[in-house]
Design a protein around this ligand. Structure first.
Ligand SMILES: NC(=O)NCCC[C@H](N)C(=O)O
Length: 407
């Protein structure tokens, strides 16, 4: 591993390098019938979604922040034929292909790509039955009815690079995802962190082979000693204990994990859907998150085991204590109007990406929340979001910091 491969000790330190995925043809493989299973509420118009995403990347580039793309890191991990073959094999297995005739046909198909990048993008896109000449599935049902149009499902959530793995300090947590559809995404992380010359050897905090789910949108690095993790629809309390056990070691700067118990519904999907840090002492928050929300503190006890206590006081009190501050400000998404709050929250008004203390990237459409952020002294960089927002994630969900300056 390169010395400066990963360094993320806060949510707010000046961002130096970030990982994105520009949405690709996987979005054109969304169909109304399967939206729920694929975790979408609508079908974005790809051309516009890509323009919006390019505008996002341009903000980083204009500020001197290096942008790297998921597919390129995967390609750079496929160092030889042996690794490439193993990767294809695992991808096919994890796509649910069991029959050997079908797997070998798919293996040949992937190997027929002369460009490894085109092959990886095709894996992300999914495979329609219509694109393989004379495809007839090996299952009797496929001969009788050809209704299901895919051999391999698309991976439309990949542009939310925040979730399948998360950088924490100088390590990485590769996730067991809550849903089958997103679990397939973590195979890319496995190869990046096992084989990519820059990222291999990165300390692993959690692995995709674990039993309980943990997703990156639930992990927020409050400072170099404290990480907050949402107990959410997507993240199980057992996984938080396991993660804390690997994170809180003697040679790590991290001393505490705050487990924040949020409602287990899609509207509150991850902690970062409802709560992000925008400055040393300021946070955005979904107005329906109650101040008396339960927070549990996990730390290593004298006997070496993880000790859990219930946090005392309101969320503000707990954050003040954790961050050693006299005051913290929780900025409500949509302000005091329940209508503006509901509308802007639906389009990820609370999901800001902090690129330096007091500077955030936000969606243009959440203008009520954005104005409040500005009144609170936060500098905003806005990006268009008509299509990207249909995937139910905002600027934080769409980015994985690789390097931040220490604050
Ligand atoms: N951290 C996040 O909240 N990520 C957004 C993920 C949206 C995606 N459609 C999902 O349901 O997983």
């Amino acid at each position: 591993m390169n010395d400066t491969a990963i360094k993320v000790y806060s949510e707010i330190g000046k961002l130096k390098k970030v990982l994105l995925h520009r949405p690709g043809k996987e979005l054109e493989n969304l169909m109304p019938e399967y939206l729920e299973r694929l975790l979408f509420d609508d079908i974005p118009y790809l051309e516009i979604a890509q323009q919006e995403h390019d505008a996002f990347a341009k903000i980083f580039e204009s500020l001197g922040i290096e942008v790297v793309y998921l597919e390129d890191l995967v390609v750079d991990s496929l160092l030889n034929d042996e690794i490439k073959l193993q990767f294809i094999k695992e991808y096919i297995e994890e796509a649910g292909i069991k029959e050997s005739r079908e797997s070998s046909m798919l293996k040949d198909y992937f190997l027929s790509f002369t460009s490894p990048k085109e092959m990886v993008l095709k894996m992300m896109e999914g495979i329609r039955k219509s694109e393989i000449n004379d495809y007839r599935g090996p299952r009797l049902a496929d001969f009788l009815s050809n209704q299901y149009p895919f051999i391999i499902d698309p991976m439309p959530n990949l542009y939310f690079t925040r979730d399948p793995f998360a950088t924490v300090g100088e390590g990485v947590s590769i996730h067991k995802m809550h849903t089958v559809t997103r679990n397939r995404e973590t195979l890319f992380a496995k190869y990046i962190f096992n084989c990519n010359p820059i990222y291999k050897g990165t300390k692993l905090m959690y692995d995709r082979t674990e039993k309980y789910s943990l997703e990156g949108g639930d992990i927020l690095i409050l400072n170099e000693e404290i990480v907050a993790v949402g107990i959410s629809q997507r993240t199980n309390p057992n996984s938080i204990e396991k993660f804390a056990n690997t994170l809180l070691t003697e040679d790590s700067s991290f001393k505490k994990v705050l487990a924040i118990d949020i409602p287990k519904t899609r509207a509150f999907m991850h902690l970062d859907t409802v709560f992000t840090m925008v400055d040393y002492d300021k946070f955005t928050i979904h107005p329906n998150i109650k101040s008396d929300i339960a927070v549990y503190v996990l730390e290593r006890g004298d006997d070496g085991n993880i000790k859990i206590t219930e946090g005392k006081g309101s969320l503000e009190d707990i954050l003040k204590k954790a961050l050693n501050l006299d005051k913290v400000k929780l900025i409500k998404c949509g302000g005091n109007s329940i209508i503006d709050a509901a509308r802007e929250q639906w389009n990820d008004g609370s999901n800001t990406l902090c690129i330096a203390p007091g500077e955030v990237i936000v969606y243009t459409r959440n203008y009520v929340t954005n104005q409040i952020l500005q009144q609170e002294g936060i500098k905003i960089y806005t990006m268009p979001s008509s299509e990207l927002s249909r995937g139910r994630g905002g600027p934080r969900c769409m980015s994985m910091p690789l390097i931040r300056e220490k604050v």
